[in-house]
Design a binder for this molecule. Sequence first.
Ligand SMILES: Cc1cc2nc3c(=O)[nH]c(=O)nc-3n(C[C@H](O)[C@H](O)[C@H](O)COP(=O)(O)O)c2cc1C
Length: 439
Amino acid sequence: MTRQLHLNLFIHGRGHHEAAWRHPAASPLALTDIRYYTDLARQAEAGRFDSVFLADTLAVGEDVARAPRSWLEPITVLAALAGATESIGLIATCSTSYTEPFNLARQFASLDHISRGRVGWNIVTTWLATASGNYGGQGPLSHADRYERAEEYLRVVCGLWDSWSDDAVLDDRDSGQYARPDGIRALNHVGEHYHVSGPLNVPRGPQGRPVFVQAGSSVTGRRFAARHAEAVFTAQMEKATARDFYAELKALAAETGRAPEQVLVLPGLSPVIGSTEAEAQRFVRELNDLSDPEVGRKRLSGRFGGHDFSHLSLDEPLSPNDFPDPATVQAARSRTEVIIGLVRRERPTLRQLLGYMAGARGHFVTAGTPEQIADLIEDWFRDGAADGFNLMPPVLPAMLEVFIAEVVPLLQKRGLFRAAYAGRTLRSHYGLEWPRTVS
Ligand SMILES: Cc1cc2nc3c(=O)[nH]c(=O)nc-3n(C[C@H](O)[C@H](O)[C@H](O)COP(=O)(O)O)c2cc1C
């Protein structure tokens, strides 16, 4: 079968540019209005996207007075989207550091039933330091601890999803036999961090378990992804680093005995699209003019676990010495590596760096015509940098609409992207194997 491109729509605020929420092309709906999310999911489905994705943070940002986010809780939103769509995959972020595994296993199994097999879980360990204040207040876990707990967590939730065999439910009304007793088994997990008896109190979902998505890119994060992820979201600022990341992750997956094509690499892509290059650049300028560097400075501080950047002048060139060593950062470590890499290469001023980060927080941002965007996508896809993209439209819904109307048909004409869904589950859209079933 020819290799097919995958497209995921990352819904975030009123678009991924920091100033999108104020732009006239952004949705007039409130960010707490479910119609905003259902409209976007339906549009992405009409564009034959594989999936939509919702990120999640577990504490309000310090910049809340001047920067809104997506506010509704992702699992709840996915339940609504499942009812509003037919085929598109639905991926929600949920934290291994701040959610009981039994709760998570139960919610995602329920969502897989509700959506009839379209659910994915973005497995995060939560980098945001202030989240711990909302969950017991014992202080944030270190980067290493978070990933160590996540390993045990995965064993527990997989055990719970496997605690029902595929054919456990008989629902035989004549004989009065609802389930096969030998198809349901306890888990009795006793580990360092979790004690969970099981079995789960929800039968096995249509996909067996949700599709596993992962978005950590540090060395530890990559190893974790190679062991468990079926799709990997990653922030890359240029094609060369994207190719390195792609090659390394596929090699790591092969080392763990997995088929490399069963681990899809989907870098973020935030395209500003215009009918001419000049029009696209005008749109970029409009967005940048609406940005507030002090919002950016607070966000930068959050990525570095609260590091103080207030003394840095906006208009002097930065040096890597202005930043803490990424190895000491317990928050978003891989993103800090991306940021310092850019500073080392290009020596931007703080204002320039914040301008770049405002585009899509360190993901790849580009501006051009539909043909130029389609060329870029094809190039990365064919040249070992991506299996598809995590599309991060700078303004929603405007830039999604243009992408679907102008770029998707080009990709379809080139034979890269589906014109119709071949199946109805996220696993089939992504071309993933079914997880081993228990008997
Ligand atoms: C596209 C994308 C989406 C992400 N979404 C979330 C999120 O919703 N919540 C979160 O806590 N971290 C999120 N992250 C961060 C990572 O999952 C990871 O926790 C963080 O990068 C720190 O781990 P690392 O140092 O291994 O990269 C996201 C990262 C990427 C690239």
